[in-house]
Write a protein that binds this ligand. Structure first.
Ligand SMILES: Cc1cc2nc3c(=O)[nH]c(=O)nc-3n(C[C@H](O)[C@H](O)[C@H](O)COP(=O)(O)OP(=O)(O)OC[C@H]3O[C@@H](n4cnc5c(N)ncnc54)[C@H](O)[C@@H]3O)c2cc1C
Length: 379
């Protein structure tokens, strides 16, 4: 069997790795990646953090599998936990519901009353908080670029080959894709094609006449310094939509727009510096009084590949085409889910079913039916 994977960052490389590993000599895997430097790829511009604190059981399990690979690859894993904060009784109820899901899967998480959180983290202002949820271990952050390179190296070791080129067209005959046209005019023929084009997945799908509701939404990450030294913090998800975590001697922080905030598609990848004054600083200084004196050292921007229906990935084939498989729309948690998605897609392609973990609820059918398979814990 010949498989052509379009996009060779974290998701494409994880798919290639598991295809080659499970398929052995029976499968030829060709990854087509237009930019091996990954200059604009989300995998290289990510905050590269991993958590077990999801609302959706499959997402918890995908992270648990991802954690094994993060640890095995030795990519600078800092095991420092996530601290989710709720500011209302409704928010606290959601944290409790999520906690029950997470504990049922043995995720080491603990609920903390605001006073307990403040006692544990002396820098935290608990005012206005209703509840907190802390990951005790198995959560933290790592070097996302190194992780992507490690997935790629392992895919190559297992037999996958990489080609530097851009896919500019897909040839479709009825229910099948027969070839991918490259920017040098050549064509790759294969039995199966996998769309792993991250924030650009919608345009790859359009080449096959498929509408894929995945949108490139810019997120800015700020690198900050603070004159007051704090002990290493967890990755804190504040009630304001602002997040922060330690990074070396300083901090990383960002903001995700809420339901009612503008979040346009395809903005240029320039950091939105105004966000610091408008969104981050007020929230950060309120939550951590020492952050009153924060300074911006640098900032960068990358794309979330957002699937607005339910903020969950779209995995597997489209009902109208038998041999075009999707691995898209991870909505900001794709790095940690790359190994589980890669394994699942490989099983789907080679065996025609999911074997290790049933990822069928992420299938394209729900998208077409407008039936969300919700993730409530979105950052
Ligand atoms: C600021 C930020 C913070 C994030 N934080 C986290 C986090 O803490 N934890 C987490 O798990 N995830 C996080 N994410 C999300 C995560 O980074 C992504 O979900 C993941 O990297 C997606 O991987 P990918 O391989 O699908 O996409 P990408 O890494 O974007 O790769 C897609 C690749 O496809 C290639 N490509 C596209 N079109 C074509 C074509 N036509 N032909 C050939 N090649 C093509 C591109 O060149 C690119 O290399 C974050 C993302 C951002 C932007």
């Amino acid at each position: 069997m010949r498989v052509c994977v379009i996009g060779g960052a974290a998701i494409g490389s994880a798919v290639a790795l598991f295809l080659a590993r499970l398929g052995g000599s029976g499968v030829q895997v060709q990854v087509v990646e237009r930019d091996p430097t990954y200059a604009r790829a989300s995998s290289a511009l990510s905050a590269s953090s991993i958590r077990q604190q999801f609302s959706n059981a499959i997402n918890v399990q995908m992270s648990q599998f991802g954690l094994q690979w993060v640890k095995a690859f030795d990519v600078g894993f800092v095991e420092s936990g996530y601290l989710f904060l709720a500011g209302s009784q409704a928010g606290a109820a959601t944290l409790r519901e999520n906690h029950a899901v997470q504990r049922s899967l043995n995720a080491p998480v603990e609920l903390l009353a605001p006073a307990q959180a403040a006692e544990r983290f002396g820098w935290l202002n608990p005012q206005g908080l209703a509840l907190a949820s802390l990951g005790l271990h198995g959560e933290g952050w790592f070097d996302g670029y190194a992780f992507t390179q490690a997935l790629k190296r392992e895919a190559q070791t297992q037999g996958a080959s990489y080609r530097r080129a851009e896919v500019v067209g897909l040839q479709r005959e009825g229910r099948r894709i027969t070839g991918a046209t490259l920017d040098d005019g050549s064509c790759i023929e294969a039995d199966v094609f996998v769309n792993a084009a991250g924030p650009w997945a919608r345009s790859v799908a359009a080449m096959a006449g498929i509408e894929l509701p995945v949108f490139a939404r810019r997120r800015t990450v700020f690198q900050l310094s603070c004159p007051t030294t704090l002990p290493r913090t967890p990755l804190v998800i504040d009630t304001s939509g602002v997040w922060f975590r330690s990074e070396g001697d300083g901090f990383l922080a960002g903001w995700s727009p809420g339901e009612h905030d503008a979040d346009p598609d395809d903005l240029p990848l320039d950091a939105d510096l105004a966000q610091f004054e408008e969104r981050l600083w007020p929230a950060l200084a309120e939550r951590v009084p020492a952050f009153e004196a924060l300074r911006v050292q640098s900032a960068w921007a990358g794309y979330y590949e957002v699937h607005p229906l339910d903020h969950n990935a779209i995995l597997g084939p489209h009902p109208d085409i038998d041999n075009l498989v999707f691995a898209n729309g991870f909505s900001g948690h794709g790095l940690q889910h790359a190994p589980a998605a890669g394994r699942g897609i490989a099983e789907q392609v080679l065996l025609g079913r999911y074997e290790s973990l049933d990822l069928s609820p992420f299938g394209f059918e729900r998208v077409l039916e407008g039936r969300p398979f919700l993730e409530k814990s979105v950052i």
